[in-house]
Write a protein that binds this ligand. Structure first.
Ligand code: FAD
Length: 321
């Protein structure tokens, strides 16, 4: 058996979450004394493809072409499945991104594989089966699921596995798959917002504001703290519903699920629907003037205080540091 990783790119570049997924797939390959192949789809240049070897791939299957420049769920799933068949892969790893979550079940059907998405740790292997820890109930809980099928498809949550640079070199091979017209029936064109801000789903630190901040005019404090920490900004649902912040920043059950190393929640009550999107964060810091706010129950560190007094002090302290 070999291990296959789908190396998703955004505009020809690989994100950090892909290097995490490669490191994770490399660890599974090493546990089984086998090789790791990465499959890249779209137009990615040679320098970028070389990074896949640097982080642990032995071989890269490069599928290029203008038709595949933008993400097409069915066509990409067919390519990944064909790549897995070509390599005799028993494990296929994807990143649990928006596209990864869409691809995992489709690849699973094509390979008659067991599928686990939202995975946060390396599998425990017993005989031919994998026991994997994954998020459940919109991130409110973790579940251990057992994959007993011959082929396993795993989607790894960003920020849940460390990146390990192996410094290797991968052999790059062009690969093509005869696509069916039906594979291109539904196409989503990615809309890219040009911004130099840290992308929320990939962020290692997130500074998030809620209704306690009273209005959009007060978001300067959130943005300043985020910029000092190299963090992404986020918000609760009512904040984006009110138009104080863009919907792309809304986290929670009905918004984006994040799993940063540090989540700082300012003036957010901690409703269950909000927690659903942030509970896999490694460290949660809550700033709220109400000591009974539910968010304190899941916080690692809490400051009971008025955001308008605490944030300026925190910003000054970070600047001094
Ligand atoms: P509030 O509940 O109004 O809380 C404001 C907090 O700020 C309070 O705890 C208050 O003590 C504190 N505060 C006030 N002033 C200050 C101050 N000066 N300094 C410090 N603290 C202060 N919500 C989401 O966020 N994401 C979702 O995905 C989501 N999905 C939902 C789906 C459904 C089906 C439903 C029914 C609801 C959903 N909600 C979601 C809404 C959710 O239930 C809450 O209403 C929402 O999260 C509350 O937002 P908030 O904490 O910003 O506001």
């Amino acid at each position: 058996m070999s291990v296959l990783i789908y190396a998703e790119n955004a505009g020809g570049k690989f994100k950090k979450s892909i290097f995490e997924a490669i490191s994770y797939a490399r660890a599974i390959a090493d546990q089984n004394n086998t090789s790791l192949t990465a499959v890249s789809i779209g137009n990615v240049d040679a320098a970028e493809l070389a990074l896949l070897g640097k982080y642990g791939a032995d071989k890269v299957l490069n599928v290029s072409g203008d038709k595949l420049k933008d993400f097409v769920n069915q066509a990409y799933a067919s390519i990944i499945a064909e790549a897995a068949k070509k390599e005799g892969s028993a494990v296929v790893v994807l990143s649990n991104t928006f596209s990864g979550r869409g691809l995992a079940p489709r690849v699973g059907v094509k390979l008659e594989a067991g599928v686990a998405d939202g995975v946060v740790a390396l599998p425990v292997q017993e005989g031919g089966s994998f026991k994997v820890k994954k998020t459940a109930f919109s991130g409110k809980a973790f579940a251990i699921v057992e994959l007993t099928s011959a082929i396993k498809v795993i989607a790894l949550v960003p920020n849940s596995y460390k990146v390990v640079e192996t410094g290797g070199t991968a052999q790059v091979e062009d690969f093509s798959v005869e696509s069916k017209a039906s594979d291109f029936k539904a196409m989503i064109k990615e809309i890219v917002r040009s911004s130099d801000k840290v992308s929320l789903p990939d962020a290692e630190i997130v500074v998030s504001g809620g209704r306690g901040l009273k209005g959009p005019e007060n978001w300067g404090m959130i943005e300043e703290l985020a910029s000092l920490l190299g963090a992404a900004t986020a918000c609760s649902k009512p904040v984006s519903d009110a138009g104080w912040r863009p919907h792309s920043e809304h986290v929670g059950q009905t918004g984006i699920a994040v799993s940063p190393n540090l989540y700082i929640a300012v003036g957010i009550s901690g409703a269950i629907q909000h927690l659903a999107g942030v509970s896999s964060s490694k460290v949660i810091v809550v700033i709220n003037k109400d000591p009974e706010a539910p968010f304190f129950k899941v916080a690692d560190y809490g400051i009971v205080g008025d955001a308008f007094e605490v944030l300026p002090k925190l910003i000054a302290a970070v600047k001094e540091y």
